[in-house]
Design a protein around this ligand. Sequence first.
Ligand SMILES: C[S@@+](CC[C@H](N)C(=O)[O-])C[C@H]1O[C@@H](n2cnc3c(N)ncnc32)[C@H](O)[C@@H]1O
Length: 616
Amino acid sequence: MDTRRIDLCFPVAKVSELAARERRSAAAQPLPSFGKWWGRKPHSLIRAILLGCTPHEGDRESVLRRWMLALEQEELAKTDLSANPLGRVLDPFVGGGAVPWTCASLGVDFLASDLQPQSIFLTNASLQLGALSQDERQRLHGFLTLAYEEVQRRLHADGFTHDAGGRLMDMTLYHGRLRGVDCISSRRVDHRSKLSIIDGAFCTTDDPHAGGTVKHGRVLVDGEPVRFDHLRGDGLRPWDSEQVVGEQEEWQEIPWAIRVHEDGNRIWVVPTKDDVLRDQALTHFVERSLAGWFDEGLIPESAIPPGVETDRLSRERGWTHWHHLFAPRQLLQLVRFQEVIRSRARNEEERLVGALALGRMLNWNSRLCMWNRHLAKTEQTFANLALNPLSDFGVRSWPALKSAVLRKIPGHGGRTREASIADARSPGPAFDLCITDPPYDDAVHYDELSSFFSVWHQDFLPDAIPGESLESGDFATGLQESFQNLRARMRAGGRIVLMFAQNASSSWTDLAHAVEAAGLFVRAVWPVDLEPRPGLKRGRFGTLAVVVVLSIEEGPGAPDDPRAMALAAGLHDDDDPDRRAANLQACAGACALRRSALRGGDPSTHLRSILDELAV
Ligand SMILES: C[S@@+](CC[C@H](N)C(=O)[O-])C[C@H]1O[C@@H](n2cnc3c(N)ncnc32)[C@H](O)[C@@H]1O
């Protein structure tokens, strides 16, 4: 096959700019409207890779000019891709479905698979619904709107929608009490107004930690910081499956602030004795109903399996079943919503939009949703890539869940095609081009995290297959086996293009060994900063994704100059030293990968000398 554009050049700065723009615009990110997946890659990056896999014809400058133009103009991109068909594009680690969605939107043929049933459910749902006409998607949105309103009526009939003063509730903030000790990071409800509730009374204070007892991972007991595990002693008793709140003498959740609707505004009130009694009545109601809800399949009675992420749930809270991650009010909403969908949905698509909305409710309303005092709203459960029990959290009432339940259904304008469940190490159909973002060592435990959702989506999931997630097994060997399998399936002249977002040296040397063992050749590496605005995201994790281009044949490719790469990615301008160091580290790893392909030798030795060269 001819040399591809991406072998020789890449519009690094343009893709950086477009990815940052995409991150800031909800409209440019259609997939979160379907549901949560972790580590999604931006469409602008995938679009640039697709366009980069067309033949390199003409001089470098004119190739880049045309490429950048097509990145801004979708019609031009479609024209270029239909004039230079890429054949079949595969993503064997499809995750949340960004690669197939981008392919569908540009009329490119694709295949997609993943080991996690939840990933396949989400990907197929987005592909299926995204292919519908605007009218059909609008009609489904109308169905969801009616369902939302009916749930509101049913919850009202249950009698827990209003506070003791008769006002519609919007949000309740709880803090924990561990063996009688209050655990709360701050008693401030809103940073903008500096409003706090201390000792049951409102006050305004400049102290952002006003009344907080949790500091640096310890809790104050009589003014002295004590480690949580000391306070827990031998540990908390594991919850029974029928339990919905903790034991009084162990872990309790205390409502300390309520936001209610009054005269068209939302205002904070201090919970009264009656409010606390109403909260307890809601708990008793849910306790009494739970067995029936299990029987009807409205709440999954699924145990939390042991794991890297999940062990802390039982250690720190005593939670043993997935529904323990939801407070009584949240369980009631989940039940009423499913009842309405079951009784009102007339076809598969309506059931599907209901299941997706249920997933968004799970993400936006669990005991793991942190109160964001700056934005005066709760964060999603997966605000980071982990399952973190919190000392204080917020519970949304139904009106505050509207934005999670009712999301417009985006379209991709292309044809639908089914993704399938498969282990990336198993044989499968042939392909011409593979664009993928493999997992990285044990950075994200997709298998454990996705169970949070999948136990609620059992009716919609494809059957699981045996196979080990790369991130949970011997990563280096798994990656190597996947690449060997991909090489065997790739048609002559094809490319495997990775989007690799790791900075640890070991990830790069694992990758180098896997590439070499599979007999693949590194044609080019293109580090791209996906969040280039200095100061936008601070920290030690870095914001770089490296586009790694692999082929079976050796051939013309990109240079291996680390300084030029760092310069092209704009890394020297970064004013955050930690982030800059992390990004330079990734850049060095990428360059070592290319250098060992060009010059031979051990990738770790190249990496060390490149790190010296970049003065990291
Ligand atoms: C980094 S994520 C991909 C994210 C995706 N690029 C996106 O934009 O949403 C890696 C994926 O690899 C999947 N995975 C892990 N081990 C696998 C295996 N052995 N076979 C297939 N998929 C696997 C995980 O379930 C996860 O969805």
